[in-house]
Design a protein around this ligand. Structure first.
Ligand SMILES: Cc1ncc(C[n+]2csc(CCOP(=O)(O)OP(=O)(O)O)c2C)c(N)n1
Ligand SMILES: [Mg+2]
Length: 344
């Protein structure tokens, strides 16, 4: 039977600096610090009632940021609800990401090739395949990447998307963030497969596992998947092994289904920011005080984004009728009229 090794760069591969330059590794690190700062801010805003339910990325920064750095701006990014960091690196400003959490329509940024975050699990995967096939037909040199979780692999849409992409060799990347949990369901109850990556075999596509807390390995893995897709070798399913350190969302209480000691190995030296920081210090490009400065800059940057988002005009209830139907069904026409007429 095929083995499913976990690809790792930091620690394992002395060749790491040749794979990713110090300059790029430092940029990835800064954006990971920025994402964590944004996450903390969003949690505080939610507690103050200034944004709605929020899904933090705490612990998953290496996969979010490392993956998006491997993309071209011509690629389509198809995110789930947790992928604020990837959206940001791809060109969506944080203020737009915050607008989404505030339920404002203006959450997508102009001409950035990113779909809106998908709240339904896995329904965006066939959309990513459609985008990939469209680009393939138009002869574009670009790929579509879908972000989703371990829980999404139990949905029909996951299987349909991978099957279709395999048959048509669509230039697609399926980035599964195996963060250990689908709300309260552990991966051990999600599937009887020893790995998620091996599900690729059934669709005749390439499958790989990567250490999802190693930003350099994630970067390298997505880069290779992209090259495979562009050289017409077909799609790749990437299982990125990480850990959700925070609650599923601000509406969740993880102490009800997991023990504090479950988190211990993922904190400290397994923390993706700590790991890349240690690597950069060894490379001599990060000093002991640099992190404090980066955190301060990140806080200012995030505060400015929040101010900008909060200065945007409020959404009118009537706007929820927009953007769904070209011709509204009679039931909705009635509801719209009721709303306009002030019916409670
Ligand atoms: C189609 C669908 N079914 C159920 C839900 C409710 N739900 C929201 S998040 C979630 C768990 C998803 O877990 P996973 O795919 O591992 O992603 P993660 O939240 O860990 O990033 C579920 C079941 C949903 N949003 N959509
Ligand atoms: Mg999960």
């Amino acid at each position: 039977m095929q083995a499913w090794p976990i690809y790792r760069v930091m620690g394992d591969d002395a060749n790491a600096p040749n794979l990713v330059s110090d300059d790029l590794a430092l940029r990835i690190y800064k954006d990971m610090v920025l994402l964590r700062t944004f996450d903390e801010k969003a949690l505080n805003l939610q507690r103050q009632g200034r944004v709605g339910t929020f899904p933090p990325s705490l612990g998953q920064e290496a996969t979010e940021i490392g993956s998006a750095y491997a993309l071209s701006k011509k690629d389509w990014l198809v995110p789930s609800y947790r992928d604020h960091g990837a959206l940001y690196v791809h060109g969506v400003p944080f203020e737009n990401v915050i607008l989404f959490a505030m339920g404002r329509a203006a959450s997508l940024a102009g001409d950035v090739r990113a779909l809106p975050s998908s709240i339904p699990i896995a329904t965006h995967l066939p959309h990513a395949v459609g985008l990939a096939m469209a680009m393939q037909m138009q002869g574009e040199e670009s790929v579509a990447i879908a972000y989703f979780g371990d829980g999404a692999t139990s949905e029909g849409d996951f299987h349909e998307a991978l099957n279709f992409a395999g048959v048509f060799k669509a230039p697609a990347i399926f980035l599964c963030q195996n963060n250990g949990w689908a709300i309260s369901v552990p991966v051990s109850r999600q599937t009887a497969s020893p790995t998620l990556a091996q599900k690729a075999v059934a669709y005749g596509i390439h499958g790989v596992r990567v250490d999802g807390n190693d930003a350099l390995a994630v970067y390298q893995t997505v880069k290779q998947a992209r090259e495979r897709a562009l050289s017409k070798e077909g799609p790749t399913l990437i299982e990125s092994l990480t850990y959700r350190l925070g609650p599923h969302t601000t509406a969740d209480d993880p102490t009800r289904y997991r023990q504090a000691e479950d988190l211990v190995p993922w904190r400290g030296e397994h923390d993706p920011i700590v790991r890349l920081g240690v690597y950069l210090e060894k490379q001599g490009v990060l000093g002991p005080k640099d992190l404090d400065g980066m955190k301060k800059d990140a806080q200012e940057w995030v505060n400015q984004a929040v101010e900008a988002a909060e200065a945007m005009p409020k959404v009118k209830p009537i706007e929820m009728f927009e953007h769904v139907y070209a011709v509204m069904p009679p039931r909705l026409v009635q509801q719209l009229q009721d709303l306009e007429g002030g019916v409670q």
